[in-house]
Design a protein around this ligand. Structure first.
Ligand code: F6P
Length: 322
């Protein structure tokens, strides 16, 4: 069998581990792998080539994706998916491993449903916001990157007795923000799914901290929080309360860097599992982790509206910041 592999959407540390595992497990089972460059964009342009085992040497520890990635708006339109299916057919690719997040899996689901392309998904996004899995590639690394950065900010915050607002990624999800806040001992966290997330609640929290003698605070703000981006919240606090605060936007720093051991291990496990399942004739699934176990979900599950709230961790942040 000829198996295509692509990475799509925002890159995430651990994607290279998954690519390597797909290639080497396929090799072990006698299948050939083709690398599709720049995600679905490359598929539309026919930008693909054989990806031999040796081409995956020394990539396990590298961040980013050796296949490059793209956000491909054309793929939302059925006529472009017709073209993509034709490119796969012309190359003789019978199965496709897609490493990416929600949008990438939706595209794979459509490709399989409309054109019968056998698709397998490996979750790769630092946002960790997919239903049916407690982990996605890149989340653990991004979390550790954010924690390391905020530990440094904490030193200067406490020296100057200042408030810092630190924005972490997560367009529609507070997963990264809440876990970061908990791991850093942040005084507050603003995130989209929070039940009591408001500017007024933040001000009252900061006030009571001040009355308790706290002279410096870290507030972690998820990029997609409804109160606003960190810069806007900071400006408002300065205007309303004259605070000498600073804003740090961690941004794409969180997307880069060498993957953590956890991300390498899950990238490797999921890459091997995807190929083994395709080898057994399974189609239309994506892999995940639930309670430490490797699980598979039907690809169609991605279509169900299922918010992935970060649970009770947000509340713990305020309890612990006393
Ligand atoms: O989807 C992952 C993610 O890092 C989000 O957290 C963020 O909002 C987005 O990608 C940024 O995308 P881009 O790199 O295209 O600006």
């Amino acid at each position: 069998m000829k198996i295509g592999v692509l990475t799509s959407g925002g890159d995430a540390p651990g994607m290279n581990a998954a690519i390597r595992a797909v290639v080497r497990q396929a090799d072990a089972l006698g299948h050939e792998v083709w690398g599709i460059h720049q995600g679905y964009q490359g598929l539309l342009e026919g930008d693909m080539a054989p990806l031999p085992s040796r081409a995956c040497a020394n990539i396990l520890q590298r961040g980013g994706t050796i296949l490059h990635t793209a956000r491909c708006a054309e793929f939302y339109f059925a006529e472009h998916r017709v073209l993509a299916a034709a490119k796969l057919k012309a190359t003789g690719i019978e199965a496709l491993v897609v490493i990416g997040g929600d949008g990438s899996f939706r595209a794979a689901e459509a490709l399989q449903r409309e054109h019968g392309v056998a698709c397998a998904g490996i979750p790769g996004t630092i946002d960790n916001d997919l239903p049916g899995t407690e982990r996605t590639l890149g989340f653990d690394t991004a979390l550790n990157t954010a924690v390391e950065a905020i530990d440094r900010i904490r030193d200067t915050a406490s020296s100057h007795g200042r408030l810092f607002l630190v924005e972490v990624m997560g367009r529609a999800s507070g997963m990264l923000a809440v876990h970061t806040a908990l791991a850093c001992g942040a005084e507050a966290v603003l995130y989209p799914e929070s039940p009591d997330d408001s500017y007024e609640a933040l001000v009252s929290r900061l006030n009571s901290n001040w009355l308790r003698g706290k002279r410096s605070s870290i507030v972690v703000v998820a990029e997609g929080d409804t109160t606003g981006r960190a810069m806007a919240v900071g400006e408002r606090l300065k205007r309303d309360h004259g605070l000498d605060l600073r804003v740090v936007v961690l941004g794409h720093v969180q997307r880069g860097g060498s993957p953590s051991a956890i991300d390498r291990i899950w990238g490797s496990r999921w890459g091997c599992e995807a190929v083994r399942r395709l080898d057994r004739g399974e189609r239309g699934f994506y892999l995940g982790e639930v309670a430490g176990a490797l699980v598979a979900q039907p690809l169609s599950r991605i279509l169900e509206p299922q918010p992935v709230p970060p649970g009770d961790l947000g509340r713990l942040v305020s309890v612990l910041a006393r």
